[in-house]
Design a protein around this ligand. Structure first.
Ligand SMILES: C[S@@+](CC[C@H](N)C(=O)[O-])C[C@H]1O[C@@H](n2cnc3c(N)ncnc32)[C@H](O)[C@@H]1O
Ligand code: SF4
Length: 300
């Protein structure tokens, strides 16, 4: 049952079920939460905010498809019968998994490939040997009669900024619908300076140019701190495995907590209200990148 006023319902709801993963990417900023709550508990928590037009995002700082409870997660998703979006590193996209997802209301599947070069992929994924499996699965998506939008993404770092052209070329050849370029997000003093791609705006313009007329869309995160155009706290609700609620997956300071408040209380509570009024006044939120992401997305 919807308990919040309709005008305040978030359009997108994200749920992180854990922080477990089958890779260990050098840039990944997991919060180090060891907690795992029940799948049903997570779904029941956000349910009061769900309407038939809500879009759900399954997983955040984790590899949700490698979660041993993925069948239960998908069963709950099926019951809700709303559109959903998954970001995956691609290793668990087996034939069975793809068929299952294709029979559901998956509207968008993004595979975070990061590089089509085996050695660069290994370096970025923390030494993972899963590259051949990821490529096999990606080729399977390319061949299948899919009902969902399919994109590939890369986090642009010093290790792969030089191969953006090749990345785009390989993605177009595979027949993706879109490409997402994510600029590297770091927290202050986290020692990831060596990964910084520097100013890659010129490369980005080249990519844009190369994609002209290809029919493939591009969504790019620019390396800027924050944009006053960000609408996340008005449109998104993001609950993590640790129980904290954010306006999006990249926020640093929680706006509420599921152990202390219901979802509707958080959404209409002081934390969200303060964040919205701060942003309305042009004061950056407690985040550093998604504002520009929103702005870019809204142009497409
Ligand atoms: C945290 S991951 C979780 C989903 C899945 N395990 C994956 O990697 O696709 C969500 C997205 O954020 C990206 N990402 C992770 N760490 C990042 C960072 N430090 N800066 C920018 N993007 C990052 C990933 O590449 C992925 O596309
Ligand atoms: S695959 Fe995703 S969740 Fe796993 S380490 Fe890489 S970015 Fe993080």
């Amino acid at each position: 049952m919807i308990t919040a006023p309709l005008w305040l319902i978030p359009g997108t709801i994200g749920v992180e079920f854990s922080e477990n993963c089958n890779m260990n990417c050098v840039f990944c900023l997991r919060r180090g939460c060891k907690q795992v709550r029940g799948v049903k508990e997570m779904f029941r928590y956000v349910e009061p905010l769900i309407t038939p037009t809500t879009k759900m995002v399954l997983g955040g700082r984790e590899e949700v498809l490698a979660d041993p409870r993925i069948d239960e997660i998908l069963e709950e998703m099926e019951k809700l019968d709303i559109d959903f979006f998954i970001v995956s590193n691609g290793a668990a996209l087996t034939e069975r998994m793809l068929e299952r997802l294709n029979s559901m209301r998956l509207c968008h599947l993004n595979v975070s490939v990061n590089s089509f070069d085996r050695m660069v992929h290994k370096g970025l994924s923390g030494g993972s040997e899963l590259y051949p499996l990821v490529m096999e699965n990606i080729e399977r998506i390319a061949r299948m009669n899919r009902r969902f939008t399919w994109s590939v993404s890369t986090v642009v770092t010093s290790m792969n900024v030089g191969e953006l052209g090749e990345f785009v070329e390989a993605a177009v050849k595979l027949g993706v619908d879109g490409i997402r370029l994510l600029h590297l997000y770091r927290t202050e003093g986290d020692g990831r300076d060596w990964l910084d791609p520097g100013d890659y705006c010129k490369d980005l313009e080249k990519v844009r140019w190369e994609l002209q007329g290809s029919g493939v869309w591009l969504r790019a995160f620019y390396p800027v701190a924050w944009s006053p155009e960000c609408v996340a706290p008005w449109t998104q609700f993001w609950v993590t495995a640790g129980g904290d609620v954010y306006g999006c997956c990249w926020q640093v300071k929680a706006l509420g907590n599921m152990d202390k408040q219901t979802a509707a209380e958080v959404w209409m509570g002081k934390g969200c209200a303060a964040e919205r009024s701060r942003m309305r006044m042009g004061i950056p939120g407690d985040c550093t990148r998604c504002g520009e992401f929103q702005a870019e997305e809204s142009k497409i």
